[in-house]
Ligand binder design. Structure first.
Ligand code: ADP
Length: 266
């Protein structure tokens, strides 16, 4: 096995660690293991991957998966130009050929045929057979596959098969504990520590709200949005309504319940 090379970049996106996830990711990278990240929307998965890619000096190719995404979208296809047909690498093939992290965000959304191309890349063969050209690509030593999904969205048809899951080392993410979330909100928005503390406390209260029809709760992303609106001069109540209540529900009763909690904090 060729060892991957590491050359750290200077411009590393800010990421506040929650535990030992950075060390874990780096160990997986050094051992050429694929990584699966589970966690709710807006809890820092994408930022973490961007941070680690920059830290390890790796190009990052991100694909936001959706229900029309096919294996050909990942691997590539023949295109027609100037009267001739030529092959165009897809994002996965580019990362396999040139090295770097290929990050498949919300991988469970993709069509099932995508797992066929992921399997031989996620065991010790590390190969990508390209059916349409007959090529069998051996992955660059610098290639790493990272996938994420939100178990909260999961329903029977949209889940990773055990045979696919078991090819990855898996890390669970969640909204960070208050001290970490506080540091994130201050750093990302520039609001003062006192206001950030109020927001983080409010997030805790909103996340504990039960008995309402909420698919998802307040994410760290939405908390940063509320803080940014405040930093831009919006009144806290307006900022919180716009960033922490309206995006979560269209139901009048649920909205009223969220606003009642917000009112107690601001
Ligand atoms: P996900 O990919 O889980 O949906 P993101 O990585 O896009 O979420 O995170 C949303 C936003 O939350 C980021 O843009 C960043 O502002 C903030 N964020 C969340 N967690 C962290 C963290 N641990 N360190 C730095 N920023 C964070």
């Amino acid at each position: 096995m060729n060892a991957p090379t590491v050359s750290a970049q200077l411009d590393v996106p800010f990421y506040q660690p929650v535990g030992s996830e950075c060390e874990l990711f780096e160990a997986a990278w050094r051992q050429q293991l694929p990584v699966l990240i589970k966690g709710p929307t807006g809890c820092g998965k994408t930022r973490f991957v961007a941070h680690m890619a920059a830290r390890l000096g790796l190009p990052l190719i991100t694909v936001s998966c959706h229900d029309d995404l096919t294996a050909a979208d990942l691997v590539g296809r023949h295109l027609i130009g100037d009267g001739a047909t030529y092959w165009s690498d897809g994002p996965l093939t580019r990362a396999v050929r040139e090295g770097g992290i290929c990050y498949l965000d919300e991988v469970v959304e993709a069509r099932k045929d995508t797992t066929v191309v992921l399997h031989p890349l996620t065991d010790d063969r590390r190969i990508l057979p390209i059916e349409r050209t007959g090529e069998v690509l051996e992955a660059s030593p610098d290639f790493m596959l990272v996938v994420s999904y939100n178990p909260g969205y999961q329903h029977v048809l949209k889940t990773l098969k055990p045979s696919t899951r078991q090819r990855f080392v898996a890390m669970s993410f969640d909204f960070p504990q208050p001290e970490v979330e506080h540091a994130v909100v201050v750093r990302e928005s520039g609001i003062d520590a006192g206001r950030a503390k109020q927001l983080v406390t409010l997030a805790g209260q909103l996340r504990r709200l039960t008995g309402y029809d909420l698919d998802e709760s307040v994410s760290t992303r939405l908390l940063v949005y509320a803080a940014k609106l405040m930093a831009a001069g919006m009144a806290p109540l307006t900022a919180c309504r716009t960033a922490l209540a309206e995006p979560l529900t269209d139901d009048a009763d649920t909205l009223a319940a969220l606003l009642t909690v917000i009112d107690t904090q601001f």
